[in-house]
Design a protein around this ligand. Structure first.
Ligand code: 8YV
Length: 335
């Protein structure tokens, strides 16, 4: 029997590809940058299964042309690039990779919090480019002072698996932790010793404000000029969720005019960030190239979960991290 065809839109771990080859006829896009939208439109007409990346735009127009596609296994947790409602209507399964990347994203969030509050990148440049040497002094009482975290308030927007782990680490730093989330989570509040507040209170009370929500039409530019003006002047903003949750122009204005003290950003409205972007001019901003889940552990676990989903689907089972469970009622016929 002919194997179903699987298109993988970026190189994955070889052992995972080998495993998938037992069930599928696998084709991997092997270039560093992803396939164009036009390429995907053509390619998806002829495949049964597809491993997508968060940077692939999968809209309804594309899905309607993908006549034999039955499952999209997203290599990532965020689904803002996929029209899931349309996929469900068309009987296409959609899976993602929740939980397995929470630890890595939380640790990266903390890397940014520490890097901004202790000026790590600025200090590295100070040493690397000889400025320290030119001062002719090893230590000066007022050199490169940062901010201590103990006793400060950590404000978390979104208490999913990442937000929760960020909260836990915040408590270990001796911070007061407050959060806002669509659904209040009293059990987490009591187990971690954190407090629920309104969105406005979290924004205005936080010394460190960190965002852990998905991108939806409602959360686009949630952090805007109005929000930034209500933050404390000593506060730092951290974003490891999705770039468009923060209005970049408003953030640049806030940094220029000193409404906040700094920012740590792993995600941007337009990725990759262009060289000489206005954000690159600020010493009190640390910029990373969307590295949240970029650890050996998380990326391998994500790839394995993608494979588990595809293999379960192949066997006619419900994939373990199916997003659109309603689709089960009208699965497209096929393998
Ligand atoms: C990417 C992410 O998936 O999971 C997400 O939503 O943004 C990241 O983990 C990862 O960079 C691979 O594309």
């Amino acid at each position: 029997m002919e194997k179903p065809r699987l298109f993988i839109s970026r190189e994955l771990f070889p052992e995972v590809i080998e495993e998938l080859k037992k069930f599928y006829e696998v084709e991997v896009w092997d270039k560093y940058h992803g396939p164009s939208y036009e390429y995907l439109v053509e390619k998806l007409r002829s495949v049964d299964a597809y491993v997508s990346m968060v940077t692939d735009r999968i809209d309804c127009g594309l899905l309607q042309m993908a006549g034999r596609l039955r499952i999209i296994a997203q290599y990532g947790v965020g689904l803002d690039n996929i029209d899931v409602v349309c996929a469900t209507r068309l009987g296409i399964y959609v899976t993602n990779t929740p939980n397995v990347l929470a630890e890595s994203v939380a640790e990266l969030t903390w890397s940014l919090i520490l890097a901004v509050s202790r000026r790590i990148v600025e200090a590295d440049h100070f040493v690397r480019w000889g400025e320290w040497y030119r001062t002719r002094t090893s230590v000066h009482p007022l050199m490169m002072l940062g901010t201590e975290l103990k006793g400060k308030t950590l404000g978390i927007i979104g208490l999913g698996s990442v937000g929760r782990r960020v909260a836990e680490i915040g408590k270990a730093f001796g911070m007061r932790v407050i959060y806002y989330s669509r659904n209040r989570k009293p059990d987490v509040e009591s187990s971690l010793g954190i407090e629920y507040r309104s969105f406005d209170d979290v924004v205005s009370e936080a010394d460190v404000l960190t965002i852990h929500i998905s991108l939806t039409p409602e959360t686009r530019h949630l952090i805007n000029e109005d929000t930034l003006r209500r933050m404390r002047k000593n506060a730092i903003l951290i974003n490891t969720s999705r770039g468009p949750v923060v209005d970049t122009d408003a953030l640049i204005k806030a940094l220029r005019e000193g409404w906040i003290a700094g920012a740590g950003l792993d995600v941007f409205e337009n990725e990759p960030l262009q060289p000489n972007h206005p954000l690159t001019a600020f010493k009190n901003v640390v910029l990373l190239p969307h590295l949240g889940s970029a650890t050996h552990e998380a990326r391998l676990a994500m790839a394995r979960l993608v494979a588990e989903n595809l293999i379960a689907f192949y066997k006619g089972q419900v994939p373990p991290t199916l997003v659109n469970s309603e689709v089960v009622k009208h699965r497209r016929p096929g393998f």
